[in-house]
Design a protein around this ligand. Structure first.
Ligand SMILES: C[S@@+](CC[C@H](N)C(=O)[O-])C[C@H]1O[C@@H](n2cnc3c(N)ncnc32)[C@H](O)[C@@H]1O
Length: 219
């Protein structure tokens, strides 16, 4: 893996990308609420006992962290947040410092490589929020093919996609279905341009392969 660069203003764009989440009412806040709702439902329906969560391309984890803080099952969760951008990773460290979520770790790494997940999978809940929106259909298929290595049998993958740059919801549903995932929730309000989904894994988990790349963001 290439050495990770130090934070710089040039790298601030994925940090600034999160700013619309602070608006009172925006397409992005609607999508964020939908993801939080689906995550809350996922925790509501999770079996008793410890839960493992992994979030690929976690960004500032505006989706997962508030749910873990407020949901009664949050204290049962051990989570790995995988984020490449140094400013977002620093944001996550700071945000976590003011919570009691001692089981949540931030790993600054490339989530498109299997090595970033070593020791954290198979998980009960895998977040791929904003990933399919930024990868082409070939990488979306490769991501779905690796998911049986990331997700435990009966576990959930929660995902979102939007925009024209990456892979749309029809293709995402298709590649997840081809790899043993069945839809349990889909949020796709008219005229908002985003889809949030949750799919349950009905297959058998596979061992995580070493150093295997399955996606790269398109830009
Ligand atoms: C579209 S944002 C999504 C953030 C968050 N999951 C959400 O939905 O609010 C994508 C995030 O992925 C990060 N990212 C891009 N490529 C990555 C990679 N290969 N590995 C890990 N993180 C990556 C960016 O820095 C950014 O924070």
């Amino acid at each position: 893996m290439a050495p990770l660069a130090e934070p710089s203003l040039r790298e601030s764009s994925w940090y600034v990308w999160h700013a619309p989440y602070d608006a009172l009412d925006s397409v992005e806040t609607d999508r964020l609420s939908a993801v939080q709702d689906v995550l809350g439902e996922a925790l509501d329906g999770s079996p008793a006992g410890p839960l493992r969560v992994v979030s690929a391309c976690a960004g500032q984890a505006r989706d997962l962290l508030p749910v873990l803080i407020h949901h009664p099952r949050g204290r049962d969760v051990t989570a790995r947040l995988i984020e490449l951008d140094p400013l977002n990773a620093a944001f996550l460290d700071g945000a976590l410092g003011s919570t009691r979520l001692t089981g949540v770790e931030v790993v600054r790494a490339d989530a498109g490589e299997t090595s970033a997940y070593a020791g954290a999978v198979p998980a009960d809940l895998v977040l791929l929020c904003g990933v399919f929106a930024n990868v082409d259909p070939g990488d979306a298929a490769r991501t779905a093919q690796i998911l049986p290595c990331l997700c435990r049998p009966g576990g959930l993958v929660v995902w979102s996609t939007y925009g024209a740059a990456g892979t749309g919801p029809v293709r995402v549903n298709a590649v997840l279905g081809e790899n043993g995932f069945v839809p349990v929730a889909v949020r796709e309000p008219a005229d908002r341009g985003w889809t949030v989904g949750a799919h349950r894994f009905t297959g058998r988990s596979r061992p995580l392969p070493d150093s295997t790349r399955f996606f790269r963001f398109v830009s």
